[in-house]
Each structure stands twice: as C-alpha cells, then as structure tokens.
Design a protein around this ligand. Structure first.
Ligand code: NAD
Length: 494
C-alpha cells in the first residue's frame, strides 16, 4: 500500500535564517497567534451583584462550568463558607434584615440564619442508586440542572437565599436570585459575603448571583431567560401563579394559612405553649405558622384560659372587632377583590396589635388572641401578625372541616393537638397538607424541636415538600450492559 511521504521541514534554511538575523541584530518576527474565538470577559470580582439579569445569568453560567470541575468536594467547601458566614455574621446580617424589612423580631432574624448554618441539608443528600443484575449495571445519578432562577420573599429575605444557595450548590447548580425589593439590601450584602469567601478559597466567583434592583420586570426576564434551566419561587399567590404558568419547570414554595385543631383529648397547657411558640415566632411571618385555631366546645373555655396562663393576651369581643377593622383590608378589583393583611400591622409586635385593639400590653407580650366567629376575616386570611382567632366548634368533625375550609386547599401546613389517633388520621387525610404536625409547634415540622431537616422553601403545589439538594437535580441513568457482573450470567442456566 502506497503511503504519503511526510514533508520534512527545511532545517538548513531555518538555520541560515537564524544566523543571518544574529549577524544583522534584527529581532525575530513575532510568532503568529492561532486564529480562534475571542475569550468572553470573565465576571470574576463582581461577587454576585448585578443590575442586568442577562449579565447575572452569564456570570452564573460561567460559575456553573467552574463548579463542574471541582467535584463534590468543591461544592462542599463552597457550602461550608455559606454556613460559616450565616452563623458567624448572623447578628450583623440579622440586624440588617430587621432594620431593612421592618417586620418580625430581631432575635428570630438572627436565629433563622444560625439554624440554617447548622441544619440545612448538604451534599450528603446527593447519593446515587444502583441496580445490579444478570444484565449488568445501572447507576442513577443526580445531575444538576445548571443555572436556577430564584424568587425570594420579604418575610425571610437572606434566610431563603441562604437555604436555597446551600441546597442548589450541593446539587451542583448555580443560582440567580430576584429578591423581594423590600429585602434587597441585606440580600446583596449576604450574597457579596458568600461569594467573596468562596472566590478567595476556590477561585470561583458568582455561584450565587443577585439582581440588585429587582422588579416584576426583572423577575419576568429571569423566568424567560434561555440560560435559566429551572425556576424556584418562594412567595405568595401571585408569584406562585406566575411560576406555575411559566414555560419552564418550576418548584413552587407557595402560600399557606395553617389551621390548628384542638380536641377534648389534648393536653391544653402543652397545646397553648406550642401554639404561642409557633404563632409568635418572628411575629407570625413563617408560612408554616399557626394562623387560626378551631377548638371543640367541651374544652373551648379551658383552652382560652390555658392560653392566658401561657402568657398570651386575650382580647374582648369589641377589641377583636377594632383590631379586625384595622388589620385586614380589601385589595384587588371585581372578582379578584379579596382580604389581605394591612401592611402597617403585618409582622408587627403583639404589643402594637394590642394597642391597635385598644388593650394595654404588658412587657414581653408575644401573642394576642380572641374568640371570633368562623366568618371573621382573620380566619381565611394569611394575616402574618401575632393575633390568632379562636373559633368554637361543636365537635372535632366540625373543627376538622372548618380547618380544611380555612386552608383553601393550599396543602401547606396543618397542626392538631389531640391524643385521638383516629382524629389525627381523619384530619391528615382530609387536609392532605405537606406538613402535618401533631402535639407540637409548627416549626417542629421543619426539624426545629422535631425531627428532620430545615429549609425555608417548602414546595407545596408542585409537591417537592421541604426542599433539599435532590429537589434541584435531574435523574441521569448510566447503564453498562453485561460487564462488571460478579454473580454469574443468566445464559449459564440450562
Ligand atoms: P410576595 O408574594 O409578595 O413576594 C414574594 C416574591 O415574589 C417577591 O420577590 C416579589 O417581588 C415576587 N413577586 C410577587 N408577584 C410576582 C409576580 N407576579 N411575578 C414575579 N414575581 C413576583 O410574598 P412575601 O410577602 O414576600 O412573602 C410572604 C408569602 O410567601 C406568604 O404568602 C407566605 O406563605 C409565602 N411563603 C411561602 C414559603 C414556602 O416555603 N412555601 C416560604 C416563605 C413564604
């Protein structure tokens, strides 16, 4: 077979040229640069802060490519920085969030960051499943989506970003956040600190990017950006609806209105302490927090007395009416007109609510409450303030049905205080909520005083539940046919 003769370089000619140049002192001609694509400018050094959605997505895409190269160990190191900052800087950042948003309680803003640092799920959740048999091996791996677009609420601005960032990076993703405009400054400061520390250690910047001047327009741009592979929203009905209507896959942590049922078998003092702990936390801003209570008539008066013993302030009927008129207002037009909490009282201290009702608060008051009719606007409205309406019910069946009605089918969170297992089961089946807490405060459902892990994004209508790193991964199956079996082969059977 004929072969082509390789062309040898003319060595003698090259040597002659070099000697001639040395004699004349002329500098050698510069070597020609290979033609190729011009490298895009890197976004390193921006520490995640962008005014343009497109730039933020491009920076997060660049960071995603870099994250892919550092493996699980790199993800783990990045997350450790976020966790450390959220514990070490909790007082400073929590105070910043409290002053910027002007809602909730300072000690709980701080605590929310600290518990996320300690309790949010990490890379240990990203395990593979293996199927091994006569026909070989199949490994199901959990691969990242890429860049995730996240929307976060004012009720926990930096905590939601922190929890999302830990889970999303553990899953191998990067994220661009469009925060609530009223919590954008603390969001930017937290994101800047996270990225600066990760960049210093790993040389990767912008794992978490933030739209510094967020608006509904930037949210829509983020939803529709072709570089965004998955959406994760945490917020109320409007943003949940917008995400569910988006053309991209969305993980939706939507609104709740968690009801509580107390029946005649409950330990009333324990129930009262639990209800106060859950409903007063951060002035009732948590989406899982107790919002209305249905108590059977046989123990109604005893339960209200237990609430007073546990430190809550009981309002009289005229005081409840006065507070209702100020705290719940109408919004929207025509068929969309509905009751919403008044912004001036949302997330305010119990003492502020007591004064608005015409009552005198004592020092350290955490919660006010009062008896209401089932159709009081506090019952169907997600009030997000430390006042709880208590509704008297004939029996546990009525209590469960009223609880169901008040939850609006969000299937978010419900709580029961009872030792009647069958009542618990009936309530669990009817309300069919993502979190169902028995005989404890609502936050036990997030592992705070109960078992399990913590996240401030609880995906309700889309069904992923308390989000973890696995929520932000795609299943990828890798199959090897026949080889790597150690148990023998099916074709050896007669
Ligand atoms: P919100 O709905 O007013 O705002 C949430 C976010 O959505 C903000 O960033 C806001 O700018 C954005 N947004 C609002 N409408 C939008 C639209 N049409 N398109 C795109 N973005 C839009 O809620 P909030 O007051 O900040 O937070 C409280 C609400 O969030 C409550 O309803 C609470 O139950 C819910 N929440 C749910 C969870 C959960 O895990 N399920 C956690 C926290 C809060």
């Amino acid at each position: 077979m004929a072969t082509a003769t390789p062309t040898c370089p003319d060595i003698a000619a090259i040597v002659r040229q070099v000697i001639a140049e040395l004699r004349t002192g002329a500098p050698p001609a510069p070597a020609a640069l290979p033609a190729g694509p011009v490298a895009a400018p890197s976004f390193a050094g921006r520490h995640g802060i962008f005014t343009s959605v497109d730039e933020a997505v491009r920076a997060a895409t660049e960071a995603f490519r870099q994250l892919e190269r550092v493996g699980i160990a790199g993800r783990k190191r990045a997350i450790e920085h976020i966790r450390r900052i959220s514990i070490d800087d909790a007082v400073e950042l929590g105070t910043m969030e409290f002053h910027e948003t002007r809602i909730g309680r300072l000690e709980h803003k701080i605590e929310k960051l600290q518990v996320l640092g300690a309790r949010s799920p990490g890379v240990e959740f990203v395990t593979s499943e293996v199927f091994s048999g006569d026909h070989g091996l199949a490994v199901v791996e959990h691969a990242p989506f890429g860049v995730i677009g996240a929307i976060t609420p004012v009720t926990h601005s930096l905590p939601t970003i922190t929890g999302n960032a830990v889970s999303m990076i553990a899953g191998g993703n990067t994220v661009v956040v469009n925060p609530h405009p009223s919590g954008k400054k603390v969001a930017a400061e937290g994101v800047r600190r996270f990225n600066a520390a990760i960049h210093r250690d790993l040389g990767i910047d912008n794992l978490v990017c933030l739209v510094a001047e967020p608006s509904l327009e930037t949210a829509a741009e983020l939803f529709n950006h072709r570089g965004v592979k998955l959406i994760c929203v945490t917020g109320g009905p409007a943003v949940a609806k917008a995400a569910l209507q988006s053309s991209k896959r969305a993980i939706v942590a939507g609104p709740g209105n968690p009801p509580v049922v107390v029946d005649a078998t409950a330990d009333l003092d324990h129930a009262a302490r639990s209800i106060i702990t859950g409903a007063a936390y951060d002035n009732n801003l948590l989406c899982i927090a107790e919002k209305q209570v249905f108590v059977v008539a046989a123990v109604f008066d005893a339960m209200l007395a237990a609430m007073e013993r546990a430190g809550a302030l009981r309002l009289t009927a005229p005081q409840v009416d006065a507070l209702t008129a100020k705290a719940i207002v109408m919004a929207g037009e025509g068929a969309h007109r509905h009751a919403v909490p008044c912004k001036d009282l949302l997330g305010q201290d119990a003492a502020v609510l007591a004064r608005a009702a015409g009552a005198a608060p004592r020092d350290g008051l955490e919660l006010v409450f009062g008896e209401t009719a089932p159709d009081n606007p506090f019952v169907p409205t997600e009030q997000m303030m430390p006042f709880l309406p208590f509704v008297r019910c004939k029996d546990v069946e009525e209590a469960i049905h009223r609880a169901h009605e008040s939850e609006h089918g969000f299937r978010h969170t419900a709580i029961i205080h009872s030792h009647d297992v069958r009542a618990m089961t009936r309530m669990g089946r009817l309300l069919d909520t993502t979190l169902f807490v028995k005989n404890g405060p609502s936050m036990a459902g997030l592992g705070l005083g109960g078992e399990g892990y913590l996240s401030f994004s609880i995906a309700t209508p889309t069904g992923e539940g308390v989000t973890t790193p696995l929520t932000f991964t795609r299943q990828r199956r890798c199959t090897l046919v026949d080889d790597l079996r150690i148990l023998g082969s099916a074709d050896t059977l007669d």
